[in-house]
Design a protein around this ligand. Structure first.
Ligand code: CTP
Length: 397
């Protein structure tokens, strides 16, 4: 909920501005008050009248409106809110913010504020992918600005790809998270993610095909519901999500140590593809080719992090969730794995090569708990993560 929260909503100039109207309603439904600022370009897409009617407040638009200056200066306007949401955040507005321009009301407010800022970008895919925009995103993230979206999808310009503004309810969830609200507010959740690298010598290692995509999406979804997330990740292909505490590790043993140090937590999700074995006596110096043929590698078993945490007597998280990557008899094997590891829920997935799941964008999950099994449809990893996060929120109550 956003009871009594004051949101300053800056509506930039883009076709997605129409969704800002729905966003105003959704924010107010949750108890927030919305003070709208409509940029000159924004006013080409939605009218001040519809914005003010929905917000139930006057629309601010012009930096040099003396009446406004007398009533409430732009400095005051920028600071009286609990959160500034920019939706749609255009490429131009983001460029202005990254450079610190203040040549209209929106950019001046954004430069003058000491309030948290959440951007919901919307633009053509080429504009989003352009090196200049990507540079600005890095700058803005470094300045502590939060982002929601953009999503992949069909765009009004007829192209497909990232650039579509997040849906109003996603923006509401991100606003709640930015304000420490949401069903998981006050809850601490640990997530492991990515592969582990087990050294052979200083330059070589044994790894697996995990991209870290599912674990990253889970951490982002938990954060979006307001959780404090500790994200323990092996060397993954994709960047960790925003707003979470990131602990980077290489090997399974390092991951276990990081997990133990990060506890206690209300819930823990073990999405990492941990190597089951490590090389016994990994060499401190690079192994050289010798005439004697191939080096013989001996293996020893790694600690099972999920099983170790599930078996903890003191400090076990109230809800422990594991994954089961299987290629055969998925549900039978995963059910047995849940019992063996002692966790509460197992998310079973079929990682046979034909499924394209390992390293891919989708997942087909069967949730196994003491209540039985529940097959989910094939979903994007982001959707799987959202479902799981909502289930965790419901279970923690
Ligand atoms: N896991 C873990 N530590 C390990 C191995 C696995 O925490 N050393 C966790 C994974 O993060 C996942 C679950 O255990 O949540 C199951 O992983 P999976 O690879 O499916 O199972 P394994 O234990 O490796 O069993 P098997 O290889 O026999 O299928």
């Amino acid at each position: 909920m956003l009871e009594s929260r004051r949101i300053l909503l800056i509506i930039g100039g883009g076709i997605a501005a129409y969704k800002a109207l729905d966003l105003i309603r959704r924010l107010r439904e949750r108890g927030a008050s919305v003070t709208p600022v409509l940029t000159q370009a924004g006013a080409e897409f939605v009218t001040p009248l519809s914005v003010s009617a929905l917000a139930g407040e006057k629309v601010f638009g012009d930096l040099f409106d003396l009446t406004d200056e007398a009533e409430m200066g732009h400095i005051e306007l920028s600071r009286s809110a609990d959160l500034i949401v920019v939706a749609p955040a255009t490429a131009d507005l983001m460029a202005k913010m990254a450079q610190g321009h203040a040549n209209d009301l929106a950019s001046t407010l954004l430069l003058a504020t000491d309030t948290p800022v959440l951007l919901a970008p919307a633009m053509n895919v080429r504009m989003w992918e352009h090196a200049a925009t990507q540079r600005n995103i890095v700058t803005l993230r470094g300045d502590g600005i939060a982002f929601v979206g953009p999503n992949d999808g069909d765009m009004a310009c007829g192209e497909f790809g990232p650039g579509r503004m997040a849906e109003p309810l996603e923006i509401v969830a991100a606003a709640e998270a930015a304000l420490g609200e949401g069903p998981l507010a006050g809850r601490r959740v640990l997530v492991t993610s990515g592969p582990t690298h087990e050294p052979i010598d200083p330059v070589r290692y044994i790894a697996n095909r995990s991209s870290g995509a599912q674990g990253t999406a889970i951490a982002a979804a938990l954060r979006a519901l307001g959780a404090e997330v500790v994200f323990v990740t092996g060397p993954a292909d994709i960047a960790p999500p925003e707003g979470v505490e990131v602990i980077r590790v290489q090997s399974a043993r390092e991951m276990l140590a990081a997990v133990e140090a990060a506890l206690p937590a209300d819930a823990a999700v073990f999405a990492a593809a941990v190597a089951d074995w490590r090389v016994r006596g990994a060499s401190d110096s690079k192994l050289k080719k010798t005439k004697g043929g191939l080096p013989a590698l001996e293996f020893e078993e790694n600690p099972d992090i999920l099983a170790t945490v599930s078996a903890m007597k003191a400090g076990r998280p109230g809800l422990v969730v594991g994954f089961a990557a299987e290629t055969d008899d998925v549900v039978e094997n995963a059910t047995a794995k849940r019992a063996r590891k002692g966790c509460d829920w197992i998310l079973a997935n079929d990682v046979s090569p034909g499924t394209g799941i390992m390293g891919g964008a989708e997942n087909a999950i069967t949730l196994i708990s003491e209540d039985g099994t529940e097959a989910w449809p094939r979903l994007s990893k982001a959707e799987v993560a959202k479902r799981l996060a909502h289930r965790i929120a419901a279970a923690l109550g």
